[in-house]
Design a protein around this ligand. Structure first.
Ligand SMILES: NC(=O)C1=CN([C@@H]2O[C@H](COP(=O)(O)OP(=O)(O)OC[C@H]3O[C@@H](n4cnc5c(N)ncnc54)[C@H](OP(=O)(O)O)[C@@H]3O)[C@@H](O)[C@H]2O)C=CC1
Ligand SMILES: O=C(O)CCC(=O)C(=O)O
Length: 433
């Protein structure tokens, strides 16, 4: 394989990318380049792994409640399906763009391979701010987007799930739109849907439970007893809020939490249930009575044992990595740490548990949901949670062992393990010699 000249440039550039031009895609490609070098793969394999198999950009017209119309751009990127159907979330945020979706799709491929769930990776998004639209507008935009990507999704092709700005209601609209076009109900088309429509027990909190299992194991690994340890959590959405809750139930003092509007701090530990009620009432963590205000950026450099970035990409970068004081970082978000920050944190002895391991609880229970929906046979919550914990902790041990034996960071170890599984699948299927 000697074509794809754009990718030659991309591969070369990724190795040398500086943080000031870093994007999620350059970050993802730099991580892949490091794994490929470690595994000794040639350029042909590298190019194949760096390149999405299929990408779709769609224009999504929306009739607003006011009667006016507007147009949004949506994407679905299927990075790889050598191990099974493509799988990954759907994001609604104003800054969604094709390169970001490409990166998120690539990370999904590695995540599914690392956790050995039988999927490839995909991601979708619409460049829209869900906070400024009514429920009716969000329903219309979701249904239209689903119709536009219909030719490339399906329970055996590509299975969406929630991500930033979307939720189980979004998945219910997607499932209905797909089912109407099929002429019968297809619960396996999405995961993260409401339990009443064939969703799984435990999916809504699965990513946060997984993050917590890994965080407790990582703290113990560096010699910190979780009961009484301190933490900061960036993002108080589907992942961050439950992660803060589970950590605090495990005895961790969650001293700081942030969202897009700001951060709150209480050295003795925030009352997460009360904070949750405050957010439901006001829409933000800001102004929570049991706390003092904090600048959102300062949350990342709080003097805590554990930092859980659970919001967006690239928040730990060249300019703030040197100021991070946490001993352990567990990535609830996808891509929160740039490669340069990763190197700085590693040199400073800060343990970073990478996204493709730390936040894999969501896709694990999505897989359980898909299996249950396809069999029309439902598991109890305790069965889901036990199987989730077992998979997360097995993967933690596996990555840790691989990293320690070879003197690698957890990210390089996790990416190499995942990339090897995907490359092996290609090889076995005969896609390259
Ligand atoms: N949902 C899932 O199952 C999974 C999600 N992830 C990843 O986890 C991350 C969060 O996703 P999810 O919780 O689902 O998304 P949500 O939309 O539910 O929540 C996102 C949260 O991040 C906050 N936020 C956004 N930008 C910033 C910022 N710059 N600083 C501080 N907070 C910010 C939002 O604030 P506000 O409330 O003010 O908008 C919100 O609290 C993403 O990276 C996602 O890809 C990974 C695996 C699975
Ligand atoms: O549950 C899923 O299928 C995917 C969740 C997701 O988007 C992610 O893990 O980043």
């Amino acid at each position: 394989m000697t074509i794809l000249t754009d990718n030659d440039v991309v591969i070369a550039a990724s190795a040398a990318s500086a943080d000031h031009i870093a994007t999620p895609l350059t970050d993802a490609r730099a991580q892949l380049a490091e794994a490929v070098a470690l595994l000794g793969y040639n350029d042909g394999i590298h190019q194949m792994l760096a390149t999405p198999r299929r990408e779709l950009t769609v224009a999504v017209p929306l009739r607003m409640d006011s009667g006016e119309s507007s147009l949004y751009i949506g994407y679905r990127v299927q990075h790889n399906f050598s191990r099974g159907p493509a799988k990954g979330g759907l994001r609604y945020a104003p800054n969604v763009n094709l390169d970001e979706v490409r990166a998120l799709a690539m990370w999904m491929t590695w995540k599914c391979a690392l956790l050995d769930v039988p999927y490839g990776g995909a991601k979708g998004g619409i460049a829209i701010d869900p906070r400024v639209h009514s429920t009716a507008e969000l329903e219309r935009v979701t249904r239209r987007y689903t119709s536009e990507i219909l030719p490339i999704i399906g329970p055996e092709r590509d299975i969406p799930a929630p991500d930033i700005g979307t939720d189980e209601q979004t998945m219910a609209w997607m499932m209905d739109t797909y089912s109407v076009s099929s002429g019968y109900t297809v619960p396996g088309i999405v995961t993260g849907k409401p339990i009443a429509l064939g969703g799984s027990q435990g999916r809504a909190s699965a990513t946060s439970r997984g993050v917590t299992h890994i965080a407790l194991a990582a703290l113990r690994h560096v010699g910190i007893e979780p009961d009484g340890a301190t933490a900061a959590v960036q993002g108080f959405g589907k992942v961050g809020a439950d992660a803060a809750r589970f950590l605090s139930e495990a005895g961790v003092r969650v001293a700081g939490v942030s969202d897009q509007y700001g951060a709150v701090f209480n050295a003795g530990g925030l009352d997460i249930a009360a904070l949750d009620a405050h957010v439901r009432a006001t829409g933000s963590v800001v102004g929570f009575a049991g706390s003092e205000p904090l600048d959102g950026a300062d949350l990342l450099t709080l003097d805590v044992d554990l930092l859980v970035p659970a919001a967006v990409e690239g928040v730990l970068h060249e300019s703030n990595a040197g100021a991070v004081r946490a001993r352990v970082i567990v990535e609830g978000a996808n891509g929160p740490t740039t490669p340069i920050a990763d190197a700085v944190l590693r040199d400073r002895g800060i343990l970073v548990v990478p996204d493709i391991l730390a936040n894999a609880g969501g896709v694990i229970v999505s897989y359980f949901e898909w299996v249950q929906a396809n069999q029309a046979y439902w598991w109890r919550a305790d069965e889901v949670e036990t199987r989730l914990e077992e998979r997360m902790l097995n993967a933690w041990q596996h990555v840790l062992g691989y990293a320690e034996t070879r003197g690698l960071s957890l990210r390089t170890a996790a990416t190499a393990l995942a990339v090897e599984r995907v490359a092996d699948a290609h090889r076995l299927r005969g896609l390259y010699p």
